[in-house]
Design a protein around this ligand. Structure first.
Ligand SMILES: NC(=O)c1ccc[n+]([C@@H]2O[C@H](COP(=O)([O-])OP(=O)(O)OC[C@H]3O[C@@H](n4cnc5c(N)ncnc54)[C@H](O)[C@@H]3O)[C@@H](O)[C@H]2O)c1
Length: 441
């Protein structure tokens, strides 16, 4: 396709954008393209998600159903399981999962499967963009190799780029449209085409030299978070031994107007990004004979946090003359972070499981999850108890794992016997110190 006809398609909003994977990343992206005036086809393997979107409903709480309904009303958005419609698309954006295998190795099988589906239907003039987080070399190596099986090549017939998603579910100050979008193609033609597409729907596009730079930039962002969270988690354990409150230390340090950025401790990492993505890079580094020490160390420290929290619960119960066995323990929050309905990789599951293994009678409370999900590693089969002070008072210990707004009420904790707080949520509710016994963990 010539630059001109691509430019006209983008400028005239006649380019059909296909987004494969209608999850936490793909759905908001599809909506942003619709809202910018493009006709969009949202592809997903899951018929339940496709059915909900077709009815104009959102199944992700922080993505308002009104946005899906509006896109459907304007006739700009269809959701489908039929990959045959890929032929109708001028641009195809891949937003499928990139999990880890059982030995913490990258699992690119979703990307490969999707690339094979595209290759079978690839036609001249199409732009393919990978958004799923992955190690450098996936786009210009694995994906390109699969697409070439179609008999077509880039830049002659099709275009191929990587553009990492920077979605932060639940965040209100930055949105899919306003977060700058990094774009790097496997050749300059691809970079230009992808930059033009995103530039028509998003506020700012940051063009980089290659798909590999774009892939690496995303990993740098996530490694940065993982390492800094690990650092503050390690300091929490050290300061705890010294009888120093890490939250007070951070509050003091963050008054420095330069050269410091606060990170906060917690019960461990969660979500689809920070606990997983850094290992994509450490795995790839090994292939090049290098060790990613910081990544491995940060992973080890962060993964130790649920067990450390459970140790603090045991200590605190012991001080009350109680054993963990047969104590009633309530974990507040199943989501991996505040105010979202996403429990992927949430450390709450491990805390519940470790407490259960020690014989505690565990429950959880999370208004976003009526019951626990079956996950890769856990099948707890629990139902949420209500957010209610009388309910909380019935437990020997209440463990705060997620700082949901719904929990930020003084009255809820007034009669709690013991609070083990990993988020510094309860202390600030009782500035006079007239609340329950609080152990920070
Ligand atoms: N969730 C986040 O906050 C976030 C942020 C930045 C980047 N990412 C990255 O974006 C990617 C997607 O993450 P997500 O959170 O949207 O995952 P998700 O699980 O919410 O969504 C992925 C969707 O893809 C669908 N799918 C899987 N294989 C498919 C196929 N072959 N064809 C069509 N649909 C298919 C699944 O049914 C699912 O609905 C991952 O690489 C992730 O690391 C996620």
């Amino acid at each position: 396709m010539t630059g001109d006809s691509w430019g006209e398609r983008i400028g005239g909003r006649s380019a059909v954008v296909g987004v494969i994977g209608q999850g936490y990343v793909g759905l908001p992206l599809a909506l942003v393209f619709c809202e910018a005036g493009f006709p969009v086809i949202g592809f997903d393997l899951d018929p339940a998600k496709v059915a909900a979107l077709t009815r104009g409903e959102s199944y992700i709480r922080h993505i308002g159903p009104e946005r899906v309904a509006a896109a459907r009303r304007k006739d700009r958005f269809i959701a489908t399981t039929d990959l045959g419609l890929l032929r109708e698309c001028h641009a195809i954006v891949i937003c499928v999962p990139t999990p880890l295998g059982p030995h913490r190795e990258p699992d690119n099988s979703y990307i490969h499967a999707t690339a094979r589906e595209i290759a079978e239907r690839l036609r001249p003039g199409q732009l393919v963009v990978l958004e799923s987080t992955t190690y450098p070399g996936t786009t210009d190596g694995e994906v390109l190799e699969i697409l070439r099986r179609s008999g077509l090549d880039t830049p002659r017939d099709f275009l191929l780029a990587f553009s990492p998603e920077r979605e932060d579910p639940g965040r209100k100050d930055h949105t899919t449209r306003t977060i700058p979008k990094i774009v790097g193609g496997v050749n300059p033609e691809s970079t230009r085409a992808a930059a033009a597409l995103y530039g028509a729907a998003l506020e700012r596009v940051v063009v980089v030299a290659s798909a590999r730079v774009a892939e690496s930039a995303k990993l740098l962002e996530n490694v940065f978070r993982s390492v800094n969270i690990a650092l503050v988690n390690e300091l929490k354990v050290i300061f705890d031994r010294m009888g120093i409150d890490v939250w007070e230390v951070i509050r003091a340090a963050e008054t420095k107007p330069f050269g410091f950025m606060p990170f906060y401790p917690g019960p461990g990492l969660g979500g689809h990004c920070i606990p997983l993505d850094p290992f994509y890079l450490s795995w790839k580094a090994a292939e090049h004979g290098e060790w990613a020490h910081f990544i491995e160390l940060a992973g080890e420290i962060n993964q130790r946090m649920p067990a450390w929290v459970v140790g603090k619960v045991a200590e605190a119960l012991n001080e009350d003359g109680k054993a963990v066995r047969n104590s009633r323990v309530l974990v507040l929050g199943l989501a991996y972070k505040a105010n979202v309905d996403d429990d992927r990789e949430s450390p709450s599951y491990e805390i519940l499981e470790l407490l259960g293994e020690r014989g505690a009678r565990v429950d959880y409370c999370d208004p976003h999850f009526p019951r626990t999900h079956r996950t890769r590693r856990h099948d707890l089969g629990l139902e949420s108890v209500p957010v209610d002070a009388r309910v909380f008072a019935a437990y020997d210990a209440v463990v705060v794992a997620t700082a949901h707004e719904a929990f930020k009420q003084r009255e809820l904790f007034r009669y709690a016997r013991l609070v083990v707080d990993t988020r510094n949520l309860v202390g600030p509710l009782f500035p006079e110190g007239d609340g329950p016994r609080i152990v920070k963990a």
